[in-house]
Ligand binder design. Sequence first.
Ligand code: CU
Length: 159
Amino acid sequence: MKDDEQQHQALTQEALSTDHPSDISVHREESRLVVQMKSVDLEIGAHSLEEGTGAFHIGGLDDPRIIIPEGCEVTLTFHNWDSTQPHGWRLIDARPPFAYPGELTNMAPAFPGADVKAGPNETATARFTASRPGFYTYFCPEPEHTQVGQYGSVEVTHS
Ligand SMILES: [Cu+2]
């Protein structure tokens, strides 16, 4: 028990020392980010699909589950690390299973502004307020990218 706690703290420390702000706590084992503040800056990196994962890198994790409180003002800084293809990040009011991933592309953002896109090697920013509790999905709206794993989940908790 004690060892587990120490290991958890060590892992958390390691995560804190890398690439996420201190207002997010990282639960590496569960691939989970927990935001407790009423506003947060979220840095998101999109890997190139050729690197194999096609994942979003957030808070030192790939495609983590992100938990944020109702009413939280989220500022996204979206880095496209892919030198050949555009990528995006959109939050929608839906969760798996999906009949076919391509259907997501036509869905509107769950909250105004919860949608960002960047060309190869570009960075873009967006801002939205998580105004409604619930379970949401984030994904890359570029055709076919959700199929290769560019998606994850967001839970907006009651405040
Ligand atoms: Cu993509």
